[in-house]
Design a protein around this ligand. Structure first.
Ligand SMILES: NC(=O)C1=CN([C@@H]2O[C@H](COP(=O)(O)OP(=O)(O)OC[C@H]3O[C@@H](n4cnc5c(N)ncnc54)[C@H](OP(=O)(O)O)[C@@H]3O)[C@@H](O)[C@H]2O)C=CC1
Ligand SMILES: Nc1c(N[C@@H]2O[C@H](COP(=O)(O)O)[C@@H](O)[C@H]2O)[nH]c(=O)[nH]c1=O
Ligand SMILES: [Zn+2]
Length: 337
């Protein structure tokens, strides 16, 4: 691996510490290198806090080395005043002579102006190192700004014979197909996205909580479809553990494509990513409108023989793994769009 690639790879690695906490800011990673040694590192703090470049500069013990150092960063440094001052000003103030950037920030407030400011101050800028990997790393941020919709992750659990629910049940709660470890992984995923969405029948059948209670981190905003106002107010999705957005006919025209309307509403609420956890009708709506980016599908070892069939979905997994001792299979899919 070449030297620039090595340090941008490290930037991506540390940036992931910000997953689920930085939105609406991107989760940026920055590394400062002096004479082939890393002397500083930083990643974006939770929203409102310092950006990755600021944390990386702060972490350098001998600030005099900065005037001969190279700053590596996954995304073009910001050049505008937001909750914090522009990172470009700080880079210039410390006379950092070289900046290597993974990918440009297409966000309208930056879009090349960060690079221009650095160059005008005499800084040597290298752009596009591990560009595809950096774009992938910032997939939620880019999908939100470029496509004007959240990054959409579909998730469900199906039995070995292809059902997501049995035809009858004893209590108004989920019928678990997956093992406890898989369920904990799902809670981790919930902390990584800004919203979680389910259909009306899922709320009525399962009375789900939709929090990330077995993992440390933020609960996502719960989004529930309730076009016909069927969900009583005492249901768990309306408890105080997290914020809930209820979508009714006031928000959605049932005569028009539903998934497209939902992603537009979420975009208007500044939601950059959503995990859709069922049921089949809701998931199929997003599949049919081709409005999804990733799918994560568990297959358990039980069978139901009858019930609610899993979504019809034709795609080849990009990755597969076994989870836990009861052998759930987890398949990851990516939509080539
Ligand atoms: N194993 C798993 O991973 C999961 C299993 N489940 C199970 O799945 C079952 C529920 O799945 P399912 O019956 O498919 O229901 P959904 O949860 O997908 O809810 C369907 C309802 O949502 C509204 N809706 C969804 N899509 C549309 C659309 N395109 N146009 C109009 N309205 C729409 C309608 O509400 P309205 O009725 O008001 O018209 C519809 O009846 C439950 O038994 C639950 O336990 C649920 C989630 C995950
Ligand atoms: N049955 C099933 C799932 N069901 C999904 O999880 C929701 C319950 O969330 P909560 O109330 O927060 O625990 C439920 O309504 C449905 O969306 N998920 C899985 O990973 N595996 C499973 O076997
Ligand atoms: Zn910044």
């Amino acid at each position: 691996m070449k030297i620039h690639e090595k340090y941008i790879t490290r930037c991506i690695q540390i940036a992931k510490n910000g997953l689920g906490t930085t939105a609406p800011n991107p989760m940026v990673g920055a590394v400062i290198v002096y004479k082939n040694r890393i002397i500083g590192e930083g990643f974006t703090c939770p929203f409102g806090g310092p950006h990755a470049e600021v944390k990386a500069i702060e972490s350098v013990r001998n600030k005099r080395q900065l005037s001969q150092a190279t700053l590596y960063v996954t995304l073009e440094p910001c050049s505008h005043f937001g909750k914090t001052p522009p990172c470009t000003n700080l880079i210039v103030a410390h006379n950092i002579p070289r900046v290597v950037i993974g990918t440009m920030d297409t966000h309208s407030k930056v879009a090349g102006t960060g690079i221009k400011m650095l160059q005008e101050a005499g800084c040597q800028v290298t752009l596009g190192v591990m560009e595809t990997a950096c774009q992938l790393h910032h997939k939620r941020f880019f999908t939100f700004h470029n496509l004007k919709r959240p990054y959409v992750i579909l998730k469900w659990a199906e039995t070995a014979d292809g059902y997501i629910a049995p035809s009858s049940r004893d209590a108004q709660k989920p019928v678990w197909i997956t093992n406890p470890l898989s369920r904990q992984i799902v809670h981790k995923w919930r902390t990584e996205e800004q919203a979680i969405l389910v259909g009306t029948q899922t709320v009525l059948a399962d009375n789900p909580v939709l929090t990330a209670r077995t993992w440390a981190g933020k609960n996502p905003t719960r989004v529930v479809l309730d076009l016909n106002q069927k969900i009583p107010n005492h249901y768990a999705v309306f408890n105080q553990e997290s914020h809930t957005l209820k979508l009714t006919k006031k928000d959605i025209n049932p005569e028009k494509p539903l998934a497209q309307q939902i992603v537009s509403i979420l975009h208007a609420h500044h939601i950059q990513s959503v995990i859709i956890e069922g049921g089949t009708k809701t998931l199929q709506t997003f599949i049919n409108e081709n409005l999804w980016d990733e799918a994560r599908v568990f297959t358990g070892s039980t069978t139901f023989k009858t019930g609610t069939k899993a979504p019809i979905f034709k795609s080849t997994p990009t990755k597969e793994k076994e989870i836990g001792i009861l052998n759930d299979r987890l398949c990851y899919y990516k939509n080539p769009l």
